[in-house]
Write a protein that binds this ligand. Sequence first.
Ligand code: HEC
Ligand code: HEC
Length: 373
Amino acid sequence: MNKLASILLIIATCVLVTSCRKSGCTNPNAVNYNASAKVDDGSCICLTASGPTPYSLVIPATFQRFLPAPVFPADNPMTVEGVALGKKLFFDKRLSDDLTLACASCHLPSQAFDDTNRFSVGINGIAGTRNAMPLFNHAWNLTGKFFWDGRAIGLEEQALEPITNPIEMHDTWVNVASKVNADATYRTMFTNAFGSVPIDSNLITKALAQYERTLISGNSKFDRYLLRQVNLTPSELNGFGLYMDESGADCFHCHGDATNPLWTDNLFHNNGLDASFTDKGLGDVTGNPVDDGKFKTPSLRNLVYTAPYMHDGRFKTLDEVLDHYSDSLVQSPTISPLLKNVANGGVRLTPQEKADLKAFLLTLTDSSFVSGY
Ligand code: HEC
Ligand code: HEC
């Protein structure tokens, strides 16, 4: 019998034998065959013959034009099975200690994977001190630094934290792995995605990261404008001009220009919020005082969904954000030298200029992203 025929036969017997269900896997062809089990409990895992299927990301046209292809960790290539598993995990409240909170509870698809609270609330009702961050286009975060202060390197490492964080899901990895392991569907999905290896924090975070890399937002009005599919209004165009103008609103140094569809440099700056810092941001991570008060530049995409704004959610509206940059910048030792007008309080925009700048910022809204999940 040739190899393919024997694999097919194994799968066929596997399916037949596992159909009688009930304490341990009694199927000798399954990867988790338990020789001492007398009664089959339906937990047998039968590998698909072909192994996981490579996943192709759908990359928006503006990204193809301006950005390099995303780079994935060599030990976590994207697969159809891995992404499906990551999605199930992302929405699963069993990943928290009292079963009430999933990743998606604070990263809601309808809010561009952000929440609407100033501070997210963890399982014990305890609020943190930072505003949740939206999740999209992270496959292109080439610095690989995540969180407002950049303390996690890579999405896999990032996903380790919320599970054990006492003000988030507050569980232990051993406990979460055993809850996942107790579910036969998960066991099959893990084996299909990663082969026959124990389910642990390493595999769970790999699957979550694969799913997060599929969250891509690249279909805003401004993207369609760049593709010559729509026109901008005079107000939106004027707003874009101000955004790009060093003697206007001067935003592009940190948030990117039309050749950067991420609308962030993914770097860390002090954008003039405070004279001294209760939350030192990057400074707490590096221990270097020159980094005090620096936080990761957020993307300007999807602002309509991501209020309130800044690392501590201090601004409820975009108008408050624009008032900050226009009139209320605060001097401090680490303020970014790119904020050249701090001595004047800011870039001093007229009410009409603020309205135009806001109209431009709202052209970066991608409603297909929030409705597509
Ligand atoms: C209780 C609410 C809450 C839960 C639950 C939660 N997060 Fe978050 N998430 C946050 C907050 C708040 C931040 C910002 C924290 C900081 O910077 O210190 C954040 C930041 C992130 C970031 C960084 C984004 C960036 O641009 O740097 C990623 C990625 C992320 N979360 C993924 C997840 C995943 C995956 C899970 C589930 C395992 C999860 N989160 C569960 C609230 C939550
Ligand atoms: C020196 C770099 C820099 C410049 C210039 C800059 N920003 Fe920012 N921006 C940041 C950083 C860093 C943050 C996050 C700061 C924090 O939370 O502490 C931010 C936050 C924001 C936010 C909040 C987004 C969110 O999801 O919380 C908006 C909106 C914004 N900036 C718009 C603008 C506009 C409009 C301009 C021009 C008037 C501008 N920025 C100029 C660096 C900059």
